[in-house]
Design a protein. Structure first.
Length: 272
């Protein structure tokens, strides 16, 4: 049972958030929502501990589909960055703001870009594509993320400044079309750059939050240099181009690690 301690600890963290929000907001939804997400994450970690190769994908599908289909399409919650701005402007600390605070702004201080590896519904689809490891050198076009970030903010601010009516309905359709656009651009970029995660590296506006916060992440991949034989297998399987052999926070692409564990699984010496 001891080997499942990380799985149980993660579930406990989510459950603490679930109970705190349930009591603070007097809303059972938060208890059920974070319990479900915590159970999905704990299941994935438990499967990983058992050596199951699909562990991460199981969590990714359980959480990603729940957020996209149930919260987004059925409950009409815009869980994309536009939804975050929308709730922020209305001054309501509800679904999208809480989601961003937990998964994308403060959570990364603890679990880095775990969201990107285990929960994001955009990457859930992109990870099915054939280029799991980039086949081309990284491009210097990461500045695009700041444009998409600004565009999302300007779009929602514009709706408020123009006093557009029925913004809630507009936000629902923004969620639908926004996701269609993300998938279309993400899939096109994956094939163009021969890299499933090209969208994550260059375009995704959420990384404007994720990258600086995950720099300080408590949970990170480090290398036991006494065990490492410098075979380089780990670096060859990393989808994000992280130099996981360098333990410093300033390592190459350090804020890109999605904790997918591909490097850990590939290491013949269990040095990571
Ligand atoms: S970078 Fe953006 S699209 Fe990629 S996994 Fe993270 S949140 Fe999702
Ligand atoms: S392969 Fe390792 S370093 Fe690269 S993203 Fe996955 S966990 Fe992070
Ligand atoms: S795969 Fe393991 S042994 Fe090989 S370089 Fe990476 S950490 Fe070192």
């Amino acid at each position: 049972m001891r080997k499942y301690a990380p799985s149980i600890a993660l579930f406990a963290v989510f459950e603490a958030v679930a109970i705190a929000l349930w009591l603070a907001k007097d809303n059972l939804f938060y208890l059920l929502n974070f319990t479900y997400i915590g159970a999905s994450v704990a299941l994935g970690v438990g499967l990983f501990i058992q050596g199951n190769k699909n562990a991460r994908r199981v969590t990714q599908l359980l959480v990603g589909l729940y957020m996209l289909v149930y919260l987004g399409l059925i409950c009409n919650e815009n869980m994309q960055i536009e939804g975050f701005w929308y709730y922020l402007f209305t001054g309501v600390f509800e679904a999208a703001t809480i989601h961003y605070a937990v998964a994308k702004i403060f959570g990364p201080l603890l679990f880095g870009r775990g969201w990107c590896g285990y929960a994001c519904w955009t990457a859930m689809v992109l990870d099915f594509l054939p280029y799991k490891v980039p086949r081309q050198p990284r491009k210097k076009i990461g500045w695009i993320r700041y444009l998409t970030f600004a565009a999302s903010l300007v779009f929602v601010a514009g709706l408020f400044l123009a006093h557009v009516g029925n913004i809630e309905r507009i936000m629902f359709w923004a969620f639908v079309f926004g996701n269609v656009a993300y998938y279309a651009v993400g899939i096109a970029m994956a094939f163009a750059f021969k890299d499933n995660r090209a969208f994550c590296k260059y375009v995704c506006p959420v990384t404007v939050f994720l990258k600086p916060m995950s720099y300080f992440s408590l949970l990170r991949i480090t290398c036991d240099h006494d065990k490492c034989i410098q075979c380089g297998k780990c670096r060859r399987v990393c989808p994000m181009g992280v130099d996981m052999l360098d333990d410093s926070r300033k390592r190459e692409n350090g804020t890109e690690c999605i904790l997918c564990q591909a490097c850990v699984r590939s290491c013949p010496k269990k040095a990571l």
